[in-house]
Design a protein around this ligand. Structure first.
Ligand code: ATP
Length: 334
């Protein structure tokens, strides 16, 4: 099956979405778009505002300002439509004592108002999609975390929603179950579902996401394809100065920061004491950095290595996550 065109109108769209709790801003002007069949990795550390965003998208919370739409329906004023359009899998599976998987899906199918006959058929379909057919007669509470996650995905598919919002689907899974989960996400996108998948661990999602939105402290820090974000981040490089004498690392850090401040107004250097390394981020070229090395030597430092640290997506996330509240989003249009 071919993947639908990604140039379609956005299926999920938020515009300057903001949520305040009294004086505290949990979500600050979030604007993102996701096209049909895309997988959005919604990444941020604990407390970043992911759940707040999701709760607004699924109609469980009202934004203070801004708007959110799914397949044209307003998430605040058209809650019934949203319920039909979205399948939401929360982080927590819940407790379902003495319920078999088939009964569990039957229960949720009935809650969605699916008639008995189509419900029985649908249970078999969603179990098949989730690779969980063999679990139908097993007790939900006896399943492993990985098996439960499959059943939870089957549940979100019961009413055939266009958009799936999965909160930390890989949480607590062993490596094989994580791989299986990634395969399942890709399969759902190939079926034309639009997916929003949250995670606080980036590499988990990097391989399956078409686009990534990174948020910290309620603000969008980066938005775009993994490649776009990497390109953007790579305009800044992380450099390391390895000193022979680790005891002089604080002095070398101060020297580096003074030099960086006088040449670019930045003070990004930090000391890694145990390793005897000064680490800093910069957008300067090798030629522009050469005088820093000369300056360090002049100041009595013995430098054994002056090198660039390769950046991976995890570094990109950490670099983005390290930005303060006032930093503008390093926004890359998808
Ligand atoms: N009802 C509330 N009243 C006050 N503050 C709240 C409320 N709900 C959330 N917050 C705060 O808003 C911020 C964002 O929380 P949110 O749950 O959206 O983060 P998150 O990215 O989902 O984090 P996690 O990965 O830990 O779930 C947090 O600082 C949280 O304490």
């Amino acid at each position: 099956m071919t993947k639908p065109s990604l140039s379609d109108e956005p299926v999920v769209q938020t515009h300057e979405l903001t949520k305040r709790y009294d004086e505290f801003t949990a979500l600050d002007s979030l604007s993102i778009q996701v096209s049909r069949g895309q997988i959005l990795g919604f990444i941020g550390p604990n407390g970043a505002g992911k759940t707040t965003t999701i709760r607004i998208l699924v109609g469980l919370a009202r934004p203070t300002s801004g708007s959110a739409r799914i397949a044209g329906a307003d998430c605040v004023t058209e809650a019934r439509k949203i319920k039909r359009l979205v399948g939401y899998m929360p982080d927590d599976f819940g407790k379902y004592n003495n319920m078999r998987v088939g009964e569990y899906l039957d229960f949720f199918g009935a809650a969605y108002g699916i008639g008995r006959r189509p419900r029985m058929k649908r249970i078999d379909e969603v179990l098949e999609i989730a690779g969980a057919t063999y679990m139908k007669d097993l007790f939900v509470d006896a399943l492993s975390r990985g098996m439960q996650q499959r059943v939870a995905i089957a549940r979100t598919l019961m009413h055939d929603p266009e958009v799936l919002i999965l909160d930390e689907p890989a949480n607590g899974l062993d490596p094989q179950a994580r791989i299986d989960m990634r395969i399942m996400l890709l399969r759902l996108a190939e079926m034309g579902k639009t997916l929003i998948v949250t995670s606080h661990i980036l590499p988990e999602l990097a391989r399956v996401c078409d686009i990534v939105a990174m948020i910290t402290k309620g603000k969008l820090r980066a938005f775009g394809t993994v490649d776009e974000i990497m390109r953007d981040i790579k305009q800044r490089r992380t450099m390391e100065v390895q000193l022979v004498n680790a005891e002089k690392v604080d002095q070398a850090t101060s020297v580096t920061n003074r030099w960086l401040e006088s040449t670019s107004g930045e003070t990004t250097a930090e000391a890694a004491h145990a390793e005897g390394i000064v680490r800093f981020s910069t957008s300067k070229t090798d030629a522009e950095l050469a005088p820093l090395l000369a300056h360090l030597i002049e100041q009595g430092q013995v430098v054994s290595q002056f090198r660039e640290v390769p950046t991976d997506l995890e570094d990109a996330f950490l670099s983005v996550a390290g930005q303060g509240n006032d930093a503008d989003a390093a926004k890359v249009e998808a």
